[in-house]
Design a protein around this ligand. Structure first.
Ligand code: SAH
Length: 216
């Protein structure tokens, strides 16, 4: 089966079980080729609903988890987005598709070789103009690009890194897995003045955040 057909089938399955619903998320997952973001040795599994190794002990998240996060992020055209844990670049490419030509995403990854591979894959999708992959500890944010309409974290931490709350716009939303090293809950906060309106979603498992506000 061609990658296109496999991708269509993946999207149909994710819709059927209700992980993805909105037209925007469905269109993005149809458009972005996940196989471009996984190593050649794993390409035959690129459209299976499972995390896959991307090297350096890291993984690309399972498509259902990416879909769930895209639905919760409530993205709009033209938004300025920050990602912690760029990994393969797949999630960032989907966000770039959804925020459109006027939108921007800064995706921060601590491992240089992964960042370099992500840049190449993003370029292959024709999205280079909308995505900047930067290297560093994303738990400190990226002041130069702030404030952000949306922030999402694709690695697990025990608490929300305070610099990220500071770099979020008023009314902005931040989505992150919070909990222990081995099991987390997906949490979303909306910034309302000095308060954070918090919602919790289901359980999830992400690789740990390594950095100032990660696990010691
Ligand atoms: N969103 C990614 C998922 C990658 S897994 C994708 O679509 O493929 C999480 C990534 O977070 C790993 O690549 C890991 O190296 C990275 N990471 C862990 N701690 C980090 C930190 N403090 N800053 C930036 N990236 C971090």
């Amino acid at each position: 089966m061609s990658y296109e057909k496999e991708r269509e089938r993946m999207v149909a399955n994710l819709r059927m079980v209700g992980h993805i619903k909105s037209r925007e998320v469905v269109e993005a997952m149809r458009a972005i080729p996940r196989h471009v973001f996984v190593p050649e040795s794993a390409r035959s599994s690129a459209y299976h609903d499972t995390p896959l190794p991307i090297g350096e002990g890291q993984t690309i998240s399972a498509p259902h988890m990416v879909g769930i996060m895209l639905e919760r992020l409530d993205l709009k055209k033209g938004q300025n987005v920050f990602e912690v844990g760029g990994g393969s670049g797949y999630h960032a490419a989907l966000v770039a598709h959804m925020v459109g030509e006027k939108g921007r995403i800064i995706s921060m990854e601590r491992i240089e070789v992964l960042a370099e591979r992500a840049r190449k894959a993003i370029e292959e999708c024709g999205l280079r103009e909308r995505v900047a992959v930067v290297v560093g500890d994303g738990s400190l944010g990226w002041e130069k690009g702030a404030p952000y309409d949306r922030i999402f974290i694709t690695c697990a931490s025990p608490e929300i890194p305070p610099p990220l709350v500071d770099q979020l716009k008023e009314g902005g939303k931040l989505l992150t897995p919070l909990g222990s090293r081995y099991l987390q809950t997906l949490v979303q906060v909306e910034k309302k003045g000095k308060k954070l309106k918090r919602k919790t979603y289901g359980g999830c498992v992400f690789v740990p955040l390594v950095g100032e506000y990660g696990f010691s």
